[in-house]
Write a protein that binds this ligand. Structure first.
Ligand SMILES: Cc1ncc(COP(=O)(O)O)c(C=O)c1O
Length: 346
């Protein structure tokens, strides 16, 4: 980010260098996600990608439904509800009675020949529960529906191979485990689908030939850049590139192994102390977040901050999230602080 400021002062707007750096980010992110650079749009947020995709999808021909889970982040539900004027009906796949899981069996009756899209989160932002994406993809594809994955809560916290997961679309962003900053997101669109999708939400940097500056028509880029729009957040992209370089250096397999081990040890330690959690126990059913049940979640977040521990709260739970740079000492400090703040636990 400092480098961006320096360049801005010395050169003004060096578009050549800016765009070259954005293409470098596209390539390194594609490497981390197991996809081709041309299948990735770099966006200002996950929402921007979703809106562009929504504007390109067709909901005619009897397929007018979007199936989402009750684990979705608000934007990933609201954008589909916003398509109601275009005839879209949104079906919600409910959680179990505890609210902690959305089992595959709950998807089964809701996906059928009227489903255009199944739009699901990989890991729930509220409690860190992980959905069974390969099984959901299999079910949706068998019934002719496309699958969109919101991987914001999983990307960067371990290996994520979008091509082998078989999803048609994916959105995410750089602000969490990708170690970037706000104002930067991405969208993956499976290569074969790109020519069939022409977004209504567009802009000059989504054109096939950006340099043509043609105002007499509109020719979308042949690759996923067609889902982009205007002047990119260059400074945010540079932060994203720095984060991606760190993850590339550490390796997502190592990151994933470390995160899983830390979450496993943290859950075991919490259970030992009788602290209730909303996060599923089996490793394949969770991500990098542990959600601790609180009697006053906002007060517990504040209390933990006084102990030097940064957490956040959602849904009456306090979220503690792990990355490769955390260690057992962090778990001990969290447990120690929770022991002193017992009154705020549920
Ligand atoms: C699952 C999920 N999706 C999306 C977002 C954010 O989307 P956007 O980049 O549009 O703000 C978040 C942010 O916390 C998230 O957790």
């Amino acid at each position: 980010m400092e480098d961006y400021l320096e360049l801005r002062l010395q050169e003004g707007a060096d578009w050549g260098l800016w765009l070259a750096r954005i293409e470098a980010l596209r390539s390194s992110l594609a490497g981390l996600l197991g996809v081709r650079p041309g299948e990735l749009a770099l966006t200002s947020s996950a929402s921007a990608g979703l809106n562009s995709l929504a504007s390109a999808l067709s909901f005619t021909g009897g397929r007018h439904r979007v199936v989402i889970s009750d684990f979705e982040f608000p934007t990933s539900a609201q954008i589909w509800h916003a398509q109601a004027r275009r005839g879209v009906e949104v079906l919600h796949v409910p959680t179990t009675a505890t609210g902690d899981e959305v089992p595959l069996a709950h998807f089964e009756p809701l996906i059928d020949e009227h489903t255009a899209l199944v739009a699901v989160t990989h890991v729930c932002y509220r409690n860190g529960a992980r959905l069974d994406i390969p099984a959901i993809v299999e079910l949706a594809h068998a019934r002719g529906a496309r699958v969109l994955l919101d991987c914001y809560q999983s990307v960067g916290a371990g290996p994520l191979d979008l091509a082998s997961l078989g999803v048609d679309f994916a959105v995410g962003g750089m602000m969490k485990y990708l170690l970037g900053t706000s104002g930067s997101g991405f969208m993956f669109v499976r290569g074969e689908l790109i020519p069939t999708l022409e977004p209504l939400a567009t802009g000059w940097l989504a054109q096939a030939d950006v340099g043509a500056m043609d105002i007499t028509g509109h020719t979308p880029a042949p690759d996923a850049r067609r889902f982009e729009a205007g002047t990119p957040g260059v400074v945010n992209s540079q932060a994203a590139a720095a984060g991606a370089a760190i993850l590339d250096h550490v390796g997502l397999a190592s990151v994933g192994a470390r995160v899983e081990a830390l979450v496993t040890r943290c859950l075991a330690a919490l259970a030992d102390q009788g602290v209730a959690v909303a996060t599923p126990q089996p490793p394949e059913q969770r991500g990098a977040t542990v959600a601790i049940r609180a009697s006053d979640a906002a007060a517990l977040v504040e209390a933990l901050a006084r102990h030097g521990i940064v957490t956040s709260c959602r849904d009456g739970n306090v979220r503690a999230s792990f990355h490769f740079y955390n260690d057992d000492e962090d778990i001990s400090r969290l447990l120690g602080a929770l022991a002193r703040e017992r009154a705020l636990l549920r």
